[in-house]
Design a protein around this ligand. Structure first.
Ligand code: FAD
Length: 433
């Protein structure tokens, strides 16, 4: 491909930038390209554990909540594949994660401006952005960074990446051949729960001899998916949140963590039932160990095995020691520093550890107003927990597209809840932009 100039250059092709690409698709006057370092499309393929499901409604796809008429909806995918009746008749409680992944891949195949196998190394600016990849330099008027979040392991496990100690993001490839071994899963969110359920569901020679599950949370706690909690995942709440002081925003995200990072009830039920089976029916009472409210403060080598130092948070002065053959860190993902923006670092504003964005997700900087660096899935401290999941994906992309086109489309009605104090007029009558 020859070097070219683009109106928009997207870095990363996960759901976030795929949504932007889908919503830019009708506007051919705004040439765009989206680059991903992976050789082919993937969506958390290391965690495509059989039986896992989406934790949000299928309507929270790339486009539907912003533009239900788009050809890139999940429903159109089903229809295009000839399976829309089967999907309805299957009566899934939630969309199988693998099927949603296949939908995303289908969308990526239908856009000609998506390029896999190209790693973006750095972005610089001299009137236009210069994007250096491992193959070439491209220029663009605007950049959309959608590189996702990085696996995170707590200090006790850092630097010990071996076949017997790994992040859950590599589960599919690495959690093999564990029959007869002692396995520890650390982390009480959905990923930890899925890994634990998979391990205790293995049959015969594939079944580990012991599977222990540790969580810092008080118990193995469910996601809060109730109606008013879901109002936190509406555009109007994101706008309200954006206007608050940083300390308040931090407290809200902490208070509401389970609305995003809790475990699906169906997963909890399956774990409980499997535990019942092993304890009372299969009579293998030693297999499963459940340890909430525990912190792993250290990991040392113990011959070919590992020894964990475990602190019960109710008895911090009496640490325990647990030996295991394998440790699976299901301790989440974090937004690391965006090294590829390093050449521009002095010109970009910060908000704590994040780049400070304006209302359209463009980083505030000292460059010209019509040259933007949009950040997707990197501003949860400014935009709330919805920033890192699928809920506001379509809306966020619409905001970016509108900014690029210099228009403001009509928004959906506000929440029933009056988040702000100025609720003098019934806000369900206002379709504010
Ligand atoms: C297992 C799992 C399940 C999830 N399930 C749900 C769910 O059910 N509901 C929900 O709301 N949220 C869910 N999430 C959270 C969130 O929706 C996903 O993490 C989502 O993938 C985030 O999309 P993204 O595009 O921001 O990042 P990613 O999907 O991580 O995509 C980023 C892309 O950028 C590429 N990239 C990175 N650096 C570069 C570079 N320098 N150059 C080129 N390319 C680069 C990567 O290869 C990657 O393809 C889940 C997360 C995980 C881990």
């Amino acid at each position: 491909m020859t070097d070219k100039h683009f109106g928009v250059l997207g870095i990363g092709v996960g759901p976030a930038n795929l949504s932007l690409a889908a919503q830019l698709y009708p506007y051919r006057d705004l040439p765009s390209v989206f680059l991903d370092r992976k050789e082919t499309f993937g969506w958390h393929d290391g965690q495509q554990i059989p039986g896992t499901s989406l934790q949000v409604s299928m309507v929270k796809d790339l486009v539907s909540l912003a533009d239900p008429t788009s050809q890139f909806s999940f429903l159109n995918y089903l229809h295009d594949q000839g399976r829309i009746y089967h999907f309805v008749n299957a009566q899934f409680d939630a969309v199988p994660r693998q099927e949603f992944r296949n939908y995303l891949e289908w969308a990526s195949r239908h856009m000609k401006n998506i390029v896999f196998g190209e790693d973006v190394r750095s972005v610089d600016f001299d009137g236009v952005f210069h994007v250096r990849t491992d193959e070439r330099v491209l220029t663009a008027d605007n950049i959309a960074v959608g590189i996702g979040r990085k696996p995170w392991i707590p200090p006790a496990g850092q630097g010990r990446h071996t076949p017997s100690q790994f992040h859950v993001g590599e589960f599919v490839d690495k959690a093999v051949g564990l029959g007869g071994k002692r396995v520890v899963v650390v982390g009480g969110g959905q990923s930890g729960a899925e890994a634990f359920l998979d391990l205790i569901s293995r049959e015969g020679a594939e079944l580990p001899s012991r599977v222990s599950w540790f969580s810092r949370r008080r118990n193995f706690l469910p996601i809060d998916d109730s109606p008013f909690t879901n109002d936190f995942y509406m555009p109007c709440y994101s706008e309200y949140f954006y206007g608050l002081e940083r300390e308040t925003r931090e407290r809200i995200n902490q208070d509401n963590l389970l609305s995003s990072d809790g475990i699906s009830e169906s997963t909890l039920r399956a774990i409980y039932q499997r535990t019942y089976h092993h304890r009372f029916i299969a009579r293998s009472p030693g297999l499963i160990r459940l340890y909430p409210n525990r912190e792993i403060t250290g990991v040392t080598e113990a011959g070919p095995a590992w020894e964990l130092t475990v602190v019960n948070k109710d008895r911090p002065a009496e640490p325990q020691h647990v030996q295991t053959d394998v440790i699976i860190w299901s301790t989440g993902f974090h937004t690391g520093p965006l090294e590829l923006l390093a050449p521009l670092a002095d010109r970009l504003e910060h908000d704590g550890a994040e780049y400070r964005v304006d209302q359209d997700y463009a980083v505030r900087w000292d460059g010209p107003g019509d040259r933007n660096i949009f950040i997707q899935n990197g501003t949860s401290a400014q935009r709330g927990l919805a920033d890192k999941n699928l809920s506001l994906l379509a809306w966020r992309s619409q905001r970016i597209v509108d900014r690029l086109r210099g228009v403001q489309r009509e928004q959906q009605l506000s929440s029933f809840v009056a988040w702000a104090d100025d609720a003098s007029e019934p806000d369900e009558l206002r379709r504010s932009v």
